[in-house]
Design a protein around this ligand. Structure first.
Ligand code: GLO
Ligand code: MG
Length: 364
């Protein structure tokens, strides 16, 4: 299987600003972002429709920008694997998008998503991914969380229905996150999101996008989150990056933190031959300059490739094979010494875990 590497346009377009500091890099326009990504090893990109088309652009301008993008995509050989919408930065959504207490604002959020779904369709995106960054609260008295879930359900139903009625060849996904920018977000983990999806009118059309950083922010094991999505047949996308647990959303370069978590996520994706694009949603450091942005891109891709090689090495290692075969042999109902007292089981997990460490360190 040929792996497809993808980046959010917003990752390389990010200018290094943070809540306490001004941007540190010159702006990069979306077409430069696409061609730069193609030149540095990516075969695909994701975007918010607004990354390419400023919100409120008239249709003619939208069509012109899409024609330009499609021409460039053809020229440089890059495809669009997911589209989303920025329903978080405009102050109108400060009390929520789909969950706002103002019906008028909820309608605006739906309209924004529908317009972005059209953009995704025009770029041949097979997935529309929703991260509702404002769908949460700081003031729990402001709305019942149950009402918020009902509003999310109604919103996702309407959007899935829109995609179906338009006849678009596109699936819908939801990207959970526990908090930030809101104090708490209503759809915080894969498990919560799967629970909500089960209540939708067309649950088959809707899945999840798991972001490693978001799982780590919740103190969860990202590989277990991926496993839940895979088990439910719902892993529609993945956002790879690095993150130290229980902090603000750091979006570090893939490989920049929690190496072992990254390894076990890659191990799962590779073992399951998961067919989706390996998408990166990270940010170049604030100290990175315009050139360094492309080192960031190459670093993310290379980190994935190295971890995939490590997964292969793990499976080829005779001692690992021996230990895994032994573990598999315990999975039997047969008593191993009929009549006599069984010898206490020796679990060689210390050794197995150390072998993972040696493989990752390159000392084996
Ligand atoms: C923020 C999210 C965000 C989404 C994007 C998808 O924490 O990770 O970057 O992935 O909005 O459209
Ligand atoms: Mg993301």
């Amino acid at each position: 299987m040929k792996r497809i590497f993808s980046f959010g346009l917003w990752t390389v377009m990010h200018r290094g600003g943070d809540p306490f500091g001004q941007p540190t890099r010159a702006p990069l326009d979306p077409l430069q972002a696409m061609s730069g990504l193609a030149a540095h090893g990516a075969q695909a990109f994701e975007l918010h429709a607004e990354d390419l088309i400023p919100s409120g652009s008239p249709d003619a301008e939208r069509d012109r920008l899409i024609r330009k993008a499609r021409g460039l995509m053809e020229d440089v050989g890059i495809i669009c694997v997911a589209c989303g919408s920025d329903v978080f930065s405009d102050p109108v959504f400060r009390d929520g998008g789909l969950t706002s207490n103002e019906a008028r604002v909820r309608r605006q959020a739906i309209a924004r998503y529908k317009a972005a779904i059209d953009v995704g369709h025009l770029l041949d995106a097979p997935l529309f991914n929703i991260w509702g960054g404002r769908d949460g609260a700081e003031v729990d008295a402001s709305r019942s969380p149950l009402d918020a879930l009902k509003r999310l359900r109604d919103g996702f139903n309407e959007l899935a229905d829109y995609i179906a009625r338009q006849g678009y060849n596109m699936r819908l996904s939801i990207e959970p996150k526990p908090n930030e920018p809101r104090g708490d977000l209503y759809l915080s983990t894969v498990g919560h999101t799967l629970g909500l999806i089960a209540t939708l009118e067309q649950p088959d059309r809707v899945g999840v996008v798991l972001e490693l950083a978001h799982a780590a922010m919740a103190g969860l094991n990202p590989a277990y989150e991926v496993a839940h999505a895979l088990h439910a047949g719902k892993l529609f996308g993945i956002h790879l990056n690095g993150q130290r647990p229980l902090r603000f959303d750091q979006d570090l370069r893939f490989g920049g933190a929690n190496l072992k978590d990254g390894f076990f996520v890659v191990k799962l994706l590779e073992e399951e031959v998961w067919p989706g694009p390996r998408s990166f949603d990270a940010r170049p450091y604030r100290t990175t300059d315009g050139q360094g942005v492309w080192q960031f891109v190459e670093g993310c891709i290379r980190a994935y490739q190295i971890l995939a090689e490590k997964v292969q090495q793990y499976h080829d290692d005779p001692e690992v094979q021996h230990l895994l075969a032994e573990i598999a042999s315990w999975d039997t109902e047969e008593p191993d010494d009929a009549g006599g007292a069984s010898a206490p089981r020796v679990f060689a997990y210390e050794r197995l875990d150390h072998l993972v460490f040696e493989i990752l360190m390159g000392t084996r």
